[in-house]
Ligand binder design. Structure first.
Ligand SMILES: [Zn+2]
Length: 305
């Protein structure tokens, strides 16, 4: 009786152990748990791409502004954005008034635990109260370099297991940024002081890094940025600049165009001044580094003409 029961126990135990072992081995091996995926929201696909470069397969990134036909300065957030922001563990915003909807939605969604990375703050360039601050800091390579480290740190807070990988990816990203800075330095060597015009401030940090001089009437580029009508006097001044060939190149923001910027572009073409198109957000099919490399190369080629 006792021997029989004993044999029965052995059989039962084996029957229970086998499926447990099989299940454990194939789905969740205790020695290597699959890493938690960090939910991230980036206000534009520029920052979304940088997060993806640094987070790799340990992040799930939602970029809010991605449409190349949309002017990000006049973006209005929808309910899906609100939902994504309520769940995000890491949020990357530009700041400086560019994407104020991010902070507003985080507050209204009561998400106070997300790690928020603000690129304008990271840049260290903004002085409180500064009215004409150029918020397009993603055209500034030193800012993007610091931002890479800051994003790696925010992701590591959300997912400590990934901290080594995030740090390494950030270092790789910064190495690629240095190649863009080298290209800027080469332009500076050959063309320092060259006059260029812009339709909108988006490329100005890159223009400065290339040692070039922005000769656009500030009232023109500011009105375009704000989506305002340019006064006839300022428009005339800008058209004359090109007619008189006082700028070697026109850098044209395709994402903030209007009939007035198109007139300025036409004036550049009529006078044989090369036009370099740029955008606010990441063009489809490119990553941030490829995009910035193309921008600086296009600027260099235009100045050679
Ligand atoms: Zn802009």
């Amino acid at each position: 009786m006792r021997a029989f029961a004993g044999r029965g126990l052995v059989v039962v135990t084996a029957a229970v152990l086998v499926p447990l072992f099989g299940c454990g081995a194939s789905v969740t091996p205790a020695s290597a748990p699959s890493p938690a995926i960090v939910p991230v929201v980036a206000s534009t696909n520029v920052y979304g791409d940088v997060v993806r470069q640094i987070g790799g397969d340990r992040v799930r990134v939602v970029s809010v502004i991605t449409d190349p036909a949309q002017d990000p300065h006049s973006y209005e957030a929808d309910t899906r954005t609100r939902l994504e922001l309520s769940r995000a563990e890491v949020v990357v915003e530009n700041g400086g008034g560019y994407d104020g909807f991010v902070g507003d939605l985080l507050r209204s969604a009561n998400n106070s635990s997300a790690e928020v990375v603000n690129a304008v703050e990271v840049s260290g360039m903004y002085r409180p109260g500064e009215e004409e601050f150029n918020e397009h800091v993603w055209y500034d390579m030193p800012t993007m370099s610091r931002l890479a480290d800051r994003i790696a740190a925010a992701l590591a807070t959300a997912s400590p297991d990934g901290s080594d990988a995030f740090r390494k990816n950030a270092a790789d990203f910064k190495e690629k940024l240095r190649a863009v800075e080298d290209a800027e330095a080469r332009i500076r060597e050959d063309h320092a002081g060259a006059a260029v015009a812009v339709t909108e401030p988006v490329p100005l940090y890159m223009i400065e890094a290339c040692g070039l001089r922005n000769v656009t009437p500030p009232d023109f580029s500011e009105a375009v940025e704000e989506g305002d009508e340019v006064s006839p006097r300022v428009l005339r001044e800008t058209l004359d600049l090109l007619a008189d060939r006082k700028a070697e190149t026109l850098v044209y923001n395709e994402q903030t165009s209007s009939p007035q910027t198109e007139r300025v572009q036409q004036a550049a073409r009529d006078n044989g001044i090369p036009v370099v198109p740029v955008t606010e957000t990441l063009p489809p099919g490119k990553d941030y580094i490829a995009w910035m490399t193309d921008n600086v190369d296009a600027l260099g080629r235009a100045l050679e003409k």
